[in-house]
Write a protein that binds this ligand. Structure first.
Ligand code: TYD
Ligand code: MG
Length: 453
């Protein structure tokens, strides 16, 4: 049987029969490579030749949980799941200029001060530049070992000799493995470097933190497979023009994957924000139409944010829907439910929705706050300034109870709110100082709150 050549995308793994410049499955450029020696015919059964027996163990073992090292930067330690696990690989992604190098230099210094032998490898800046930054951040005395290097082979040899507990690689896109032909930053280089570093980490018991730049589409530049290779993926995000930054766990083999850490970029580096709700609500004025405070939860942490909506007659033949900080598809769904279940049309109206302060919200419990903001803007009627809103909306117009109700209410009470509108169901949580109105469906909510519907 003649073997036909097979090609696959190094980014998404899609298999095709012909080469192309752009993968038709994931849209990545220059990622199609020929699969050498993969026979399409039926393989010979593995049973023909016996392998070695693998030792099986029980699920129940006496092993203690891995000892973690904490940096003392509480916002970072929490996102890591309670500190850094030995021999783990962490990827920190983010836009250029967002503050990744600053964060990791501060983290490296704190881990080193906590007694973990730490090496910081910069492939982007000269050692003098890193040293200057450390000085400005007041970290010059931290026992961090520094190298400005991009040659992966040399870096691995150095780490092998030094045997640190932690190596920070800034960034994975600048690393160059001399056994791979393509240029640094290319998909195959990034993949090879990440693979070498993560397997080295496991083999030698060294934790590695890799910095990765993010593309315009919001993914870590290079193949998706890098995210699969590491134990933990953190995204460092923030809006230009805003001082605060959010470190978000999107994958964590050693802890919950939805925790966030909040920082503020100051002249002296990143500072922890102990009370993010106060920060996000700090620019809020008096009660105004379209403004609704959502009592959200990110991981274990309650965070209050303000949704702002603007609804205006559209001059265009196709009305605009613009969202910042929330999911556009979800907005379309809420608009459809308001129209179909409550008879409130938005056709011919431009709709703008914004999360104040530049925070990104992904919780479904924000549905009710969004609906309230849209109605408030449309009816030009402000909700009382002392009220928070939360609850998930289903397609039928029924409201589903949100998780961690008590946590949300306590945070609202702490920030001076005295009333809450929440979706019904579940055990009603009682928090002194805050009165809760429970609603079961969207039509009731619309009638109760806006006298419409
Ligand atoms: P940097 O950590 O270099 O970003 P990244 O590694 O993600 O590309 O941070 C760059 C920005 O941070 C830069 O615009 C200056 C700002 N910055 C401060 O505001 N204060 C500081 O103390 C430091 C070190 C940087
Ligand atoms: Mg950098």
């Amino acid at each position: 049987m003649a073997k036909s050549p097979s090609f696959s995308c190094t980014a998404c793994g899609n298999v095709t029969s012909k080469w192309a410049g752009r993968c038709e499955a994931c849209g990545a450029w220059n990622t199609i490579t020929e699969d050498a020696g993969i026979s399409k015919g039926p393989a010979k059964s593995l049973g023909a030749k016996r392998g070695a027996a693998v030792v099986l163990t029980d699920l129940a073992t006496e092993e203690a949980p891995p000892p973690r090292t904490t940096s003392g930067i509480a916002e970072l330690d929490r996102v890591l799941g309670g500190g850094l696990v030995p021999a783990s690989a962490v990827l920190v992604g983010g836009d250029p200029g967002i503050g990744k190098s600053t964060l990791l230099l501060q983290a490296a210094a704190q881990f080193a001060r906590a007694g973990l032998k730490t090496v910081y490898v910069s492939g982007e800046e000269a050692a003098a530049q890193v040293r200057m930054r450390a000085q400005r951040l007041g970290l010059a005395d931290a026992p961090v070992k520094l190298a400005a290097e991009t040659n992966l082979r040399d870096i691995l040899t150095t780490l092998e000799a030094e045997r640190p507990g932690l190596a920070v690689i800034d960034s994975i896109q600048t690393m160059w493995a001399d056994n791979v032909e393509s240029a640094p930053g290319s998909v195959s280089q990034v993949r090879a470097a990440a693979h070498e570093l993560t397997s080295f980490a496991k083999r030698k018991g060294i934790s590695v933190i890799l910095v990765g730049h993010v593309t315009k589409e919001g993914q870590i530049a290079g193949p998706r497979v890098v995210e699969h290779m590491v134990d933990t993926v953190l995204y460092f995000e923030g809006e230009r023009g805003h001082q605060f930054r959010i470190l978000r766990a999107v994958k964590n083999r050693f802890g919950p994957a939805d925790e966030i850490g909040v920082f503020e970029m100051t002249g002296r580096g990143l500072e922890e924000v102990v009370n993010p709700s106060a920060l996000f609500l700090s620019e809020r004025g008096t009660a105004s139409p379209g403004s609704v405070v959502f009592a959200g939860v990110e991981g274990t942490r309650p965070v209050l944010v303000e949704f702002q909506a603007l609804v205006a007659p559209s001059p265009h033949s196709q009305a605009r829907r613009t969202v910042v900080g929330w999911d556009g598809g979800r907005l379309a769904m809420i608009l459809a439910v308001l129209e179909a279940r409550c008879g409130i049309p938005f056709a011919g109206l431009d709709v703008y929705l914004n999360v104040a302060g530049g925070m990104k919200v992904s919780e479904p419990a924000a549905d009710l706050a969004v609906a309230a903001a849209l109605l408030s803007a449309r009816e030009d009627a402000a909700l009382p300034a002392n009220t928070v809103v939360f609850g998930e909306i289903s397609l039928s117009g029924a409201l589903r109870a949100a998780s961690q109700t008590e946590n949300r209410l306590k945070e609202a009470q702490k920030l001076g709110f005295t009333a809450a509108i929440a979706s019904g169901g579940g055990k009603p949580a009682e928090v002194p100082g805050i009165s809760v109105r429970r609603v079961d469906d969207l039509t009731t909510f619309v009638g109760d709150v806006f006298g419409a519907g």
